[in-house]
Design a protein around this ligand. Structure first.
Ligand SMILES: [Zn+2]
Length: 270
């Protein structure tokens, strides 16, 4: 059994075939957690999870990339913590996400203002997580050499020591991984670790990371792993991520499947 701990079968790309996609995964004994990125997709994640008896769950949250739109005066995108709180009451909601910081290519003239608002929205998610004892899936991206987002993620999380968190779609090097692990966080891998180019740093982390700190995900419809790159990604392909981790660690696929599934079940409490 495997758990795709971060999928977006709740996104438009799957409107026509989400049930088929999820059933295909279930048939392979792969469970899926669909993750919201704004209010509508969070609602959709919860709705879809409730159409399945077991094996499909939801996370609800507001992605940092949408925070800028939220600040748009003419056409603001709605971040609604009250509505999030309502969605947290659903029995199929197993956590909060995705939230975090994304400082990738921000408009230079509004950089500080946007970063500040992202931190504020991230903290609001953590406040809810603390209040309701939910784990949090954290998104972090920053293109600068002097990676500010990573430091700030840890800084914000430091005020919420009781909140369990996972850094999703980890794509950095061991130096940053070590900092996250020391802070008590889990790390989650996507298909990036299977890529033939620019994957050395992540593959090095895969070799070194203790297996009990690792979870697996697709982040579908994005980031299709080898050997299905170019196709639309879906939960069933999380198997390729597991296989690659096993190969890198020099252990069996079964060991990776068993431990990462256990990690996910403990983390999300189901
Ligand atoms: Zn995602």
């Amino acid at each position: 059994m495997l758990i795709d701990t971060h999928a977006h079968v709740n996104f438009k790309a799957f409107n026509a075939d989400y049930a088929d996609v999820l059933n295909r995964a279930m048939k392979e004994n792969i469970w899926t957690i669909n993750v919201g990125s704004q209010m509508e997709t969070s609602e959709q994640a919860v709705k879809i999870a409730n159409e399945f008896k077991e094996g499909v769950y939801a996370l609800v949250g507001f992605h940092p990339l949408h925070v800028m739109n939220h600040m748009d005066e003419e056409k603001p995108e709605n971040f609604d913590p009250k509505r999030l709180e309502e969605l947290l009451q659903d029995k199929k909601t197993v956590g909060i996400g995705e939230t975090g910081l994304d400082f990738f290519r921000l408009p230079k003239d509004r950089e500080n203002e946007i970063m500040k608002m992202q931190k504020q929205v991230f903290a609001q998610h953590l406040e809810l997580a603390k209040q309701y004892d939910y784990p949090v899936t954290v998104h972090c991206r920053d293109e600068r050499d002097e990676a500010i987002a990573y430091r700030e993620i840890l800084e914000v999380l430091d005020d919420y020591k009781d909140v369990k968190a996972v850094i999703h779609c980890f794509s950095e090097d061991w130096e940053i991984a070590e900092k996250y692990l020391k802070a008590g966080l889990m790390i989650s891998f996507t298909g990036i670790c299977t890529f033939r180019k620019k994957a050395e740093a992540v593959q090095d982390v895969a070799k070194r990371i203790p297996l009990d700190r690792l979870m697996l995900e697709t982040d579908c419809p994005y980031l299709s792993p080898e050997p299905v790159r170019g196709k639309t990604n879906e939960p069933v392909y999380v198997e390729y991520v597991a296989k690659k981790v096993a190969e890198l660690k020099g252990i069996t696929f079964e060991e990776v499947a068993e431990q990462t599934t256990k990690n996910a079940k403990e983390f999300f409490k189901f």
